[in-house]
Design a protein around this ligand. Structure first.
Ligand SMILES: CC(C)(COP(=O)(O)OP(=O)(O)OC[C@H]1O[C@@H](n2cnc3c(N)ncnc32)[C@H](O)[C@@H]1OP(=O)(O)O)[C@@H](O)C(=O)NCCC(=O)NCCS
Length: 224
């Protein structure tokens, strides 16, 4: 990731699980438990789990000057994602963004990070399942080159909904790489632009985003 983005991607830590569960419960009809997340972080050697946080410039500047043992308290988790490396497939296991932080490119930033880390770990392509009704997530996946290859009937046990199986082209193909480059450039430009219009404050209970032009605190939106 380049410097000067207003967000950072970091490995998920056990200390993040409580915040993750808050997002998980509004993001998914059948949420994973704390135990499931702990297993993914600590025990599952095929699993890579990441979180996205805001990266206020002051915190990064301060962190660079502090000795490593005096690190800055991490900012709140805004979203998270993971994949399992299954032979040469990066299988996306989860991805979610806090409802108040959606439509700002964070889903893309998370997915991009999974694709890049998957490729580094030797994956040749990425795969996933998605509810047929989840057009938002499908839009995100299509943007990054995923295509529907099959449909699994009654895959989700909570409501018997079908799943689409989506797969990327092979990572090494020109088609995949050219699209990834274009998406990455567009995303970084968008995130840097957004970062210049924000100032960040820590308030009790979390991070408050304020826009310099209107100073209005963002309101909570309905989850998906
Ligand atoms: C899916 C999810 C992670 C997207 O996160 P996000 O930060 O809002 O997404 P981004 O802002 O990065 O958007 C990336 C792309 O996703 C698609 N998308 C995201 N939200 C959308 C919406 N409300 N309507 C239509 N398309 C949408 C668009 O293609 C968008 O690209 P664009 O900005 O060029 O139009 C988020 O909606 C979420 O957490 N949903 C609940 C959990 C979930 O369904 N996870 C997927 C399980 S398979």
């Amino acid at each position: 990731m380049p410097d000067r983005l207003p967000y950072i991607i970091e490995p998920m830590r056990l200390a993040d699980v409580d915040q993750i569960l808050v997002i998980e419960r509004v993001a998914f009809p059948a949420p994973w438990s704390a135990r499931a997340y702990r297993y993914e972080i600590v025990e599952n050697e095929h699993s890579t789990m990441v979180v996205v946080r805001s990266a206020p410039h002051w915190a990064r500047r301060l962190a660079q000057r502090l000795p490593p043992r005096l690190s800055v308290e991490p900012t709140p988790v805004l979203g998270y994602a993971g994949f399992w490396l299954l032979v040469d497939d990066a299988h996306i296991s989860t991805i979610a963004v806090h409802p108040e932080w959606r439509r700002r490119g964070l889903g893309e930033l998370l997915l991009l990070s999974l694709l890049e880390q998957g490729a580094k770990q030797g994956a040749q392509r990425a795969t996933l399942e998605v509810r047929v009704s989840n057009y938002r997530a499908q839009g995100l996946y299509r943007k990054y080159g995923f295509e529907v290859v099959s449909r699994r009937r009654r895959y989700y046990s909570d409501n018997n909904e079908d799943a689409f199986i989506m797969v990327t082209p092979a990572f090494e193909t020109h088609e995949f790489q050219a699209n990834l480059r274009q998406c990455r450039d567009g995303l970084y430009a968008r995130l840097k632009g957004a970062g210049m219009n924000m100032r960040w404050q820590h308030a009790s209970g979390g991070l408050v985003r304020q826009n310099r032009t209107d100073g209005v605190k963002s309101g909570r939106r309905n989850p998906n």
